[in-house]
Design a protein around this ligand. Structure first.
Ligand SMILES: Cc1cc2nc3c(=O)[nH]c(=O)nc-3n(C[C@H](O)[C@H](O)[C@H](O)COP(=O)(O)OP(=O)(O)OC[C@H]3O[C@@H](n4cnc5c(N)ncnc54)[C@H](O)[C@@H]3O)c2cc1C
Length: 351
């Protein structure tokens, strides 16, 4: 297959818009279905050591009072820009052409010729047999084709800011719930002995003022020096209803595959990209329907993402202030309810 990758950034993965917690293969297999023996994915998630900055063996979830519940984790704090760069290098080694600094700007329908032309920021006009929308939370292909049609636009976009900081950082992935991040959470993800990624994700409209100012205050309370700030949107509304639209397949955030209860989406982006490629190859070689892609995504991620969405919705409904958040989490913490929400298990409160 001739594969062309368009990336609007000048450098793949830079700037990283991420907390940079990357799951290990064990965590991925534990969360999603049927991936145990997938050789290509096993190899892909076995990244070079330079990308693994710090082991994340435990998570601590802090309640508004400061009380915390701990559980184990199988992940690492990664160098996200290098992680993305590494994936891009693999694609190029496999024969893909990568054009950086080139954005898809418009899709022009040439009805008489029966084709769609991709108009790019460098003045390019391209056609393709298949189009993979890997453009992230804002799902550009779906937006250009269908505007605000809810069937193919990821929903509940949560604004998120993060900072690379220096200071006395904890060894664990720490999460803070309550008024520090209403209907969301604040995090500290250690990246080394004295550096960390600190962030804040809050349901849109639930925190007055600029999110960046709240993050700066949070960091200053903890005595951290901010080195760099960034941000982005996380689609927390669950999978889109239509992932396959004619010849276009949405993957990763563009398909709404983030885990709504914890905001993690790196592994689903990589895995769904692999599934999309498989579906296109099966279609070209054997005439298999492209819709098989959505079925496979739903089978693999469906149960975990449904649980995760339910946990998030219950959080939205009940954790309305610090008193309620504290009370509910004190009930759920000791019986594993917080861990279940973070790991996309079935929420205890609906069992
Ligand atoms: C602040 C923040 C913290 C996060 N922390 C974590 C975490 O710790 N762990 C985790 O697992 N997940 C985390 N996530 C979620 C995770 O980053 C995403 O789920 C993941 O990056 C999705 O990958 P993707 O390839 O679908 O989209 P993206 O990584 O967003 O990649 C989309 C790419 O498409 C390019 N692009 C967009 N539009 C165009 C266009 N028109 N033309 C050409 N190129 C275009 C962009 O430049 C970008 O490089 C976080 C997200 C945010 C915002």
């Amino acid at each position: 297959m001739d594969v062309l990758v368009l990336e609007r950034r000048a450098v793949v993965g830079h700037p990283a818009q991420c907390g940079e917690c990357i799951p290990n293969w064990g965590e991925i297999v534990h969360t999603f279905r049927g991936l145990e023996n997938h050789e290509w994915l096993i190899d892909t998630f076995d990244v070079p050591d330079r990308i693994r900055l710090h082991r994340l063996d435990a998570m601590r979830v802090f309640l508004p009072s400061g009380r915390s519940y701990d559980f184990s984790l199988d992940a690492y704090a990664g160098h996200r820009a290098q992680f993305d760069g590494h994936l891009a290098e693999r694609a190029v080694e496999a024969g893909a052409e990568l054009r950086v600094g080139v954005a898809l700007q418009r899709l022009h329908q040439q009805r008489r010729a029966g084709r769609e032309v991709l108009v790019t920021s460098d003045g390019g006009r391209l056609t393709c047999d298949h189009l993979v929308d890997a453009s992230g939370a804002l799902a550009h292909v779906a937006r250009l084709r269908h505007g605000t049609d809810a069937a193919c636009r990821p929903s509940d976009q949560v604004p998120t800011v993060y900072a690379q900081v220096r200071g006395e950082v904890p060894p664990t992935f720490d999460v803070f719930l309550g008024s520090v991040a209403p209907s969301g959470y604040a995090w500290i993800i250690p990246k080394g002995p004295d550096t960390a990624n600190v962030g804040l994700g809050v349901r849109a409209g639930y925190l007055e003022g600029r999110l960046k100012d709240h993050l700066e205050r949070f960091c200053s309370t903890l005595g951290f020096e901010i080195l760099e700030v960034g941000g982005g949107w996380i689609p927390m509304g669950g999978p889109v209803r239509r992932m396959v639209d004619g010849n276009a397949l949405a993957v990763g955030d563009a398909a709404g595959l983030v885990m709504p209860s914890n905001g993690g989406g790196i592994s689903q982006a990589v895995i769904s990209g692999c599934f999309a490629a498989d579906a296109i190859l099966d279609h070209v070689r054997e005439g298999a329907p492209l819709e098989a892609y959505q079925k496979r995504v739903e089978w693999t991620f469906g149960p975990a993402l449904r649980n995760s969405l339910r946990s998030k919705q219950l959080g939205y409904a009940f954790m309305r202030n610090d008193v309620l958040t504290e009370g509910i989490l004190r009930m759920l913490g000791p019986i594993g309810g917080i861990r279940r929400a973070m790991e996309c298990g079935r929420p205890l409160w609906v069992l």
